[in-house]
Design a protein around this ligand. Structure first.
Ligand code: PEP
Ligand code: MG
Length: 886
């Protein structure tokens, strides 16, 4: 028979798939002998089965009963006891952390009899009734979907009746009345009494946690974080301990290093006389963890030693939730902590220095996405006005946008917005995703807003308590800021500025540019160290997509070892467009030859500059690709101009000629029309001119003492015969240019047929470069110019894919074509060089795919070169160290 329940003493931190992150880590702490309340975990497999069949697995509750008996023995209390009852918390906990997304129910086990027992045993009647009313409230909301307002209204009545403004001022008797009122509300909504049978409470709570896996906000969060939707959550059932039992009790959160900067030290928040949920909700402002050393020195000392042991065990930054009940410390949770991108790099390097992890492991502790975040600009503080307010710098970055006050407005906005809230809760997720930044007036570094924003890499300032949020406005020091006003948020300093503040480049970019040295700067030193190791490790080379010498030079500074794609059509823009127009309009060979002759020197000069910038490294120059009518004015514009001229009785002149040409060249599906290699075969002399320009530029570079390494790449080939024809012409042009170095000729693989016939094509190609933009377009039949805006939102919503296939390579379809082409191409020509130059070449997940598929290089925009270099190194190091240790 399957087993669905594990006592904390039975699990360990490596069982996250089965026990969820929280359960596995509670088990690990229990095994380490740390003070964890007794409890057990119901597995994710039980949840999966529940979600699948709609009912809990047979025998699950009997198993729960068995483990509950063990908890009772350990805690020396009985569940439902009328004298000294054991109370339980029931918490969700999936494999991946989803802060605040699913349900928690506390104080299970209270009923009309045991509430009296709790009052007697704790000596605190008020506390007992307050716990009971919290249970009914949480239970009603979670298990029976009751609106929170039903309970809030009753609580407000009670406050009014008692003439107080704060719940804490309600007496035991008044809270007993609140419980009675809550029970009535409960009955009115559910048609039944609040369950007095404590086991029924427990089973209903467990089932509600299973169900909460599919809550709308949880589904949305997983989609955003790319967490699979079918994992299910584990359920942790644990003996309750109380942080709200007076001044010698409290609850807090601790980090073993600063999750914002990575610095070593004591970081966290503490709240005296409170339950854990009060801290996470950010409803009351906390004190710094350091103050616990005066509030409760013994617990503080014990906590520091626990933190040290956890770091040693997890070999990483840990975050911890703890409670102190009447001076006794209890550990409620730990996990490898989320951190900012900067902290990830700094901590990885520190752990190497401390001898805790190897450099290969350090590479697994950072990601290309994090490096991308560090390459974002920040504010130019010299140009900043006086700040409006300062809050907690919860998630770094520089965000400028118009103020909005609710999630729906943020989600509906078309321009950049800043979501301003008193505090956020999981319902605000859509707005947080849409906003540039988040500003709250309450809560600290561990509030919901802070944790979620950090996870998303989104700028966030929390707890800016000088801000008074009203209805559609906020006021600060007499100044009123309205919805739609622009503000700027500095997530690194916590400052909030009026108006737009200019931004300046990131220090990491300046370091890559060679404008800053890493020396003495912990972040830059860490980046430098990991980049050096990644480069040393990487098997994939990283080239750049660059059309100009300036782009190529920047890419080279960023570590590119070649140009993987020069789109030559970009050299025909601006004032040169007219020359292409002349070529298109040429009515005979002589006119065509004249137009091409005018283009030749311009191309040659461009190529010379590009080859100089990449001297000694390969430069892959692609022959012209787009349909030629892209170089003419649009049909509608010309039609209007000609119609206007005709209406005025004027001669449309040149416009008339152009219109005739555009009409002649019109295609219903230009992306599938006369473009790429087809142009070279249809327009005599066009490719030859470009090839001659490349060869002459290379010869000139050789004559100047350079080491040019150009390669010629033919786009959109679908059949080897196309390539053979262009190749024959190219060879004869190259042979006629004296002094040119050997120039390789290869092809893009962008048409599914090319991938499938790669064995034949390789006979005529010295290299392949996957054009995964077109290959994705043609494999899926998705117009790359239209679909992302048109209906991808719906597709993502339906889970047809978790990310656009134009962003991250689709491994099963497009990726399979890549694998086939590599295999067939190399079988036919073992020395074939294979790369990729579509947008996927700079996407972290795709770089890993290309590493595994055995490519020689990826090519991407200059700005993404460092990201691809890091990912190439990580992919190679993963081969050596196994998968990501987290
Ligand atoms: C591609 O199709 O992936 C490619 C690199 O070519 P382009 O984007 O210029 O069509
Ligand atoms: Mg293409």
């Amino acid at each position: 028979m399957s087993r669905y329940v594990y006592d904390f003493v039975e699990g360990n931190k490596d069982l996250k798939d089965l026990l969820g992150g929280k359960g596995a880590n509670l088990a690990e702490m229990t095994r380490m002998g740390l003070p964890v309340p007794a409890g057990f975990t119901i597995t994710t497999a039980a949840c999966q089965q529940y979600l699948h069949t709609g009912s809990v697995p047979a025998g699950l509750f009997a198993e729960v009963e068995h483990h509950l008996r063990l908890v009772q023995t350990q805690m020396d209390k009985t569940f439902g006891d009328a004298h000294d009852p054991l109370l339980l918390s029931v918490r969700s906990g999936g494999k991946f952390s989803m802060p605040g997304m699913m349900e928690t129910i506390l104080d299970i086990g209270l009923n009309d009899a045991s509430v009296a027992g709790l009052a007697r045993h704790s000596g605190d009647e008020r506390f007992a009734w307050d716990s009971y009313r919290r249970l009914i409230q949480m239970f009603g909301k979670t298990v029976f979907d009751m609106p929170g307002a039903d309970f809030e209204t009753e609580l407000a009545h009670a406050r009014d009746a008692a003439g107080v403004t704060n719940d804490a001022e309600l007496s035991a008797a008044q809270l007993r009345d609140v419980v009675a009122a809550y029970k009535k509300v409960f009955h009115a909504h559910t048609g039944r009494d609040f369950p007095q049978a404590v086991h029924e409470q427990l089973f209903l709570a467990i089932t509600a946690v299973f169900t909460s896996w599919n809550a709308e906000r949880a589904v949305l969060y997983r989609r955003q974080e790319r967490i699979p939707q079918d994992l299910g959550t584990a359920v942790n059932v644990m003996a309750m301990v109380f942080g709200n039992r007076g001044a010698d009790s409290g609850t807090g959160v601790a980090f073993t290093r600063d999750p914002a900067t990575g610095r070593r030290g004591v970081y966290g928040d503490y709240l005296t006389n409170a339950q854990g949920e009060d801290v996470v909700a950010g409803i009351r402002n906390t004190v710094g963890l350091g103050e616990l050393s005066t509030i409760d020195p013994a617990s503080y000392g014990q906590l520091l030693s626990v933190m040290q042991r956890l770091e040693q065990r997890y070999r990483d930054l840990c975050d911890i939730e703890f409670t102190i009940e009447n001076g006794k410390l209890w550990m409620l949770q730990t996990r490898v902590g989320k951190r900012t991108a900067a902290a990830a790099f700094v901590i990885a390097a520190q752990l190497v220095d401390e001898g805790t992890i190897t450099l290969d492991e350090a590479l697994q502790r950072v990601t290309g996405e994090q490096l991308a975040q560090l390459m974002f600009p920040s504010f130019d503080l010299d140009a900043a006005p006086a700040p409006l307010a300062t809050g907690v710098p919860a998630s770094p970055g520089a965000a400028v946008g118009a103020v909005v006050f609710d999630s729906a407005a943020a989600a509906a906005a078309t321009g950049p917005v800043i979501l301003v809230r008193r505090e956020t809760n999981p319902d605000d997720l859509p707005g947080m995703i849409a906003a540039q930044g988040i500003l709250t007036s309450r809560g600290g570094k561990t509030s919901h807003a802070a944790v979620v924003a950090r996870g998303m890499g989104k700028t966030c300032v929390c707890g800016a308590d000088a801000i008074e949020i009203g209805d559609g406005t906020f006021t600060v020091g007499g100044l009123v800021v309205r919805a739609g006003d622009i503000i700027s948020l500095d997530g690194t300093t916590g400052r909030v500025y009026p108006g737009p503040v200019p931004v300046r480049p990131s220090p990491v970019v300046r370091y890559f540019e060679g404008q800053l040295t890493a020396h003495g700067n912990p972040l830059l030193s860490a980046v430098e160290r990991l980049m050096i190791h990644a480069t040393h490790r990487a098997r994939l080379h990283v080239h750049a997509n660059a059309d100009t010498a300036a782009d190529a030079a920047r890419a080279r500074r960023f570590g590119a070892t070649g140009v993987g794609l020069c789109r030559t059509e970009h050299m025909f823009l601006g004032e040169r467009r007219i020359l292409v127009e002349r070529l298109i309009l040429a009515s005979d060979d002589a006119e065509r030859a004249e137009a091409l002759a005018a283009l030749l020197p311009l191309q040659r000069a461009d190529f010379e500059d590009l080859l100089a910038a990449m001297d000694g490294l390969p430069v892959t120059i692609r022959l012209i690709d787009p349909p030629l009518h892209e170089f003419l004015p649009p049909l509608e514009e010309l039609t209007a101009r000609v119609a206007r001229a005709e209406a005025l009785g004027e001669d449309p002149g040149h416009d008339g000629v152009l219109l005739a040409a555009v009409r002649r060249m019109h295609e219903q599906n230009p992306m599938l029309g006369l473009r790429g290699v087809r142009l070279g075969l249809v327009i005599p002399g066009l490719f030859a001119m470009q090839i001659r320009a490349v060869a002459q530029a290379a010869a000139a570079r050789v004559a100047a003492g350079g080491d040019p390494r150009p390669e010629i790449m033919v786009p959109l080939v679908g059949a080897v015969q196309e390539l053979e024809t262009v190749r024959a012409e190219a060879l004869s042009v190259l042979a006629a240019v004296p002094g040119a170095p050997p120039i390789r000729i290869g092809t893009m693989i962008e048409v599914p047929r090319a991938a499938l016939t790669a064995g034949q094509i390789a006979a005529a190609a010295e290299f392949f470069s996957f054009g995964t933009n077109d290959l994705t377009q043609m494999t899926w039949g998705f117009s790359r110019d239209d679909v992302e805006g048109a209906f991808f939102g719906r597709y993502l919503g339906l889970g047809i894919f978790a990310v656009s296939p134009f962003e991250t390579i689709d491994p099963d379809g497009v990726g399979e074509l890549v694998r086939i082409a590599v295999e067939r191409g190399r079988a036919a020509r073992p020395e074939l060089t294979v790369g990729v130059c579509g947008e996927h070449g700079g996407d972290p997940a795709s770089v890993r795919f290309f590493h595994t598929a055995g490519l020689d290089y990826v090519s991407c925009s200059p700005f993404r070169v460092p990201i691809a270099r890091l990912e190439a190194g990580r992919a190679a190091a993963t081969d050596a160290t196994g998968s990501d240790s987290r």
